[in-house]
Design a protein around this ligand. Structure first.
Ligand code: KIV
Length: 275
């Protein structure tokens, strides 16, 4: 049985912290599930960490559906949430059409939308139609050209607006909220005032849960991870070492050995070759 949005909300009520992680394909979903991660996000960060784009903006609905379907297939217990990509929910009609495609074609259990008061009516409509929605406030990467890639809502006015946005999303029926790159004390206040779980990324330790990007967490990409990322392994270096060893062995003839090869009766071979 899959974890439901009600199970996630019950975790907040019970004071249990909620781990969440991005996943973009079948093996990452299967590994995250074996590690007991209850909620997976097929984030549009895939545009950058999987497809090599500079921003999340080029990600399409088809991209999301293909990756999300693999994540759903790779998991049987985790709640799978998928991002609706840039400008695919600009109107209520667009949002319904996009939600229909991702829910039906990928089989995810919930969607994440960026924005606050301005999308509250859309969140309400989707929720009424049976689509669980996770909100996303603070640094919303789809708006990076208007917001910049920096900590948001440091000043009182912007912080007050963020709280209003958060309450509007809750009121519209959002089942949970991601807060990205906002000051820790503000995230703590929002978490305390909201009934629904608040999942932070770069938002301090007082949120109800945390979400991290797979590649950052595992050290998969060369170079430094963002400051807000926890780096729990150096898998990129391990992969590079393994690939180098493989390439060296092919060059030197050390791979393959008899163990990776199949034998053949010499008579059969000779008959085949007409000997
Ligand atoms: O796309 C994504 O991975 C996200 C997380 C950073 C929250 O939205």
């Amino acid at each position: 049985m899959r974890i439901t949005v009600f199970d996630i909300q019950a975790m907040k009520a019970a004071g249990q912290r909620i781990p969440m992680l991005t996943a973009y394909d079948h093996p990452s979903a299967a590994l995250a599930e074996r590690a007991d991660v209850p909620m997976l996000l097929v984030g549009d960060s895939l545009g950058m960490v999987v497809h090599g784009a500079d921003t999340t903006l080029p990600v399409t609905l088809d991209d999301m559906i293909r990756h999300a379907r693999a994540v759903v297939r790779g998991s049987s217990r985790a709640l799978v949430v998928a991002d609706l990509p840039f400008l695919t929910y600009a109107t209520e009609g667009d949002a319904i059409a996009s939600a229909r495609r991702v829910m039906q074609e990928a089989g995810v259990q919930a969607l994440k939308l960026e924005g606050g008061v301005s999308i509250a009516a859309t969140v309400r409509r989707l929720t009424e139609l049976g689509v669980p929605v996770m909100g996303h406030l603070g640094l919303t990467p789809q708006a990076q050209h208007t917001l910049g890639l920096r900590v948001q809502a440091r000043q009182a006015e912007a912080a007050r607006r963020l709280l209003e946005d958060a309450l509007a999303l809750q009121d519209a029926g959002a089942f949970a909220l991601v807060l990205e790159l906002v000051p820790a004390p503000l995230a703590a206040a929002v978490t305390q005032r909201l009934r629904i779980p608040v999942i932070g990324i770069g938002a301090g330790d007082a949120c109800d849960g945390q979400v991290q990007v797979w590649h950052d967490l595992l050290g998969l990409l060369p170079g430094k991870s963002p400051r807000h990322a926890g780096r729990y392994a150096e898998i990129g270096a391990a992969i590079e070492g393994a690939l180098r060893a493989y390439a060296d062995d092919v060059r030197s003839g050390a791979f393959p050995t008899a163990a990776q090869s199949s034998a053949m009766d010499p008579d059969e071979l000779s008959r085949a070759l007409g000997g």
